[in-house]
Design a protein around this ligand. Structure first.
Ligand code: FES
Length: 157
């Protein structure tokens, strides 16, 4: 990030951690992933623009909802990191966020239905069981007992 910020707008990693409840190591990791951004002091210390508080808080919420960080990144989309995002920036992010959550909800519902059926069935058939072998994906990897062949040490059997 190259934007110019007033010093009072900037938070140290410790301040950011205290304000959001997110560990400094996690903040550094989020930065590595491009989910948040910081500027550096002359002494090469991180400083977070105040508007990053919102991003970090939203990441925490997403984690509680079980949302993968790549989905969070996608939901943030074009929300700027260099400057304070506008209301419209967050509105667009909100719509993307909602779409991702709806997709997740539908996927969980599908999984729930399949799991309920499988608990009642118990056949564990690699051919028929959608939970063990969704869309018969293992068939594409070749013939034979694919799962057993993938186990560590399976070639010694
Ligand atoms: S356990 Fe029988 S279909 Fe999944």
């Amino acid at each position: 990030m190259n934007a110019v910020h007033e010093p009072e707008e900037l938070l140290t990693i410790g301040e950011m951690s205290r304000r959001t409840g997110v560990a400094p190591s996690a903040l550094r990791y989020y930065e590595q992933l491009g989910l948040v951004g910081s500027v550096r002091t002359v002494g090469n210390q991180r400083r977070y623009p105040r508007h990053m508080l919102r991003r970090v808080s939203l990441i925490s919420v997403a984690k509680r909802l079980g949302m993968p960080l790549r989905d969070v990144k996608e939901a943030f989309g074009d929300v700027p990191m260099e400057s304070t995002p506008s209301h419209d920036d967050w509105q667009r992010a909100s719509r993307r966020w909602k779409r991702r959550l709806e997709e997740r909800r539908r996927a969980i519902e599908r999984l729930e239905n399949e799991l309920t059926g499988c608990i009642g069935c118990g056949c564990l058939s690699l051919k028929a069981c959608a939970l063990l072998n969704p869309d018969d994906a293992l068939a594409e990897t070749g013939a034979g007992p694919r799962r057993l062949q993938d186990l560590p040490g399976a070639d010694e059997l």
